[in-house]
Design a protein around this ligand. Structure first.
Ligand SMILES: O=C(O)c1ccccc1NCC(=O)[C@H](O)[C@H](O)COP(=O)(O)O
Length: 242
């Protein structure tokens, strides 16, 4: 039986004990927020210190909101970041410029509004993928003024089935809704911040453990369904036109 395994990013890491807990509990990626207005903000120096404890095969993701090239470079020169995540108003060309400046793949966050359409998401991905070979994928979050990290869910039914296997699902996920979110959307990965916190910027190891268990529970449900499907019915992630 092919076992489904949804990747998991724990975002907004600010403390060594939270990094250690997330790694020990099986997180695939850790997010570090370089947006000074965020309560989860870390400096490049703090990120470098935190990431010194990062073991192999766990990715450090750097989050920016409308950063300058110098700000992105300063982080890339000090911390072993694997990926950049753009959460501001960066155009496709700006993302391409910043990613190329530091030779890192990037994830583009799309903040889903109530009037967002599935076609808009498909067109948005096509635009950013076409703009840069450094494009890695879309993270779908909920529209909030603070750019992100608000703990609010959006309407998951808006996620096109052909896009789901390539997206990171985010926005208000927690132990109560994670299994439902993964079974319904079947994203490549999920991302969580508020839902595993005791307070903004302070993660709770028990909540991280319970969240990861809830995602693994969804993976078991999906794997069981796949096992009982005829191979022809099994949906393969659509590979976008190059
Ligand atoms: O986390 C923040 O404080 C933040 C601030 C500004 C831009 C982005 C931010 N976080 C980006 C993330 O990837 C969060 O994990 C994502 O928005 C989901 O957050 P939550 O709804 O709290 O799980």
């Amino acid at each position: 039986m092919i076992m489904q395994r949804t990747r998991i990013k724990i975002c907004g890491i600010t403390r060594p004990e939270d990094l250690r807990a997330a790694v020990a509990l099986g997180a695939d990626a850790l997010g570090f927020v370089f947006y000074p207005k965020s309560p989860r903000y870390v400096t490049p120096e703090q990120a470098a210190e935190l990431c010194a404890a990062l073991p192999p095969y766990v990715s450090a993701v750097a989050l920016f909101v409308n950063a300058t090239v110098d700000e992105v470079r300063a982080v890339a020169q000090q911390a072993p970041l694997a990926l950049i995540q753009f959460h501001g108003d960066e155009t496709a060309e700006r993302c391409a410029e910043l990613a190329a400046a530091v030779s890192r793949p990037f994830v583009r966050a799309f903040r889903v509004r109530p009037d967002t359409s599935p076609d808009e998401l498909l067109e948005y991905e096509r635009t950013y993928r076409a703009a840069s070979p450094w494009f890695s994928g879309l993270l779908l979050d909920t529209w909030v003024d603070a750019y992100g990290g608000a703990g609010k869910v959006f309407d998951w039914s808006l996620v096109p089935k052909e896009l789901a296997p390539r997206v990171v699902l985010s926005g208000g996920l927690n132990v109560q809704n994670a299994t439902d979110a993964v079974v319904r959307v079947r994203p490549f990965a999920v991302d969580v911040s508020s839902g595993v916190e005791a307070q903004k910027g302070i993660k709770d190891a028990r909540r991280i453990a319970d969240f990861i268990a809830a995602v693994r529970g969804a993976d078991a449900i999906i794997s069981s369904e796949n096992h009982h499907e005829r191979p022809s019915e099994r949906e393969q992630p659509a590979v976008p036109d190059s």
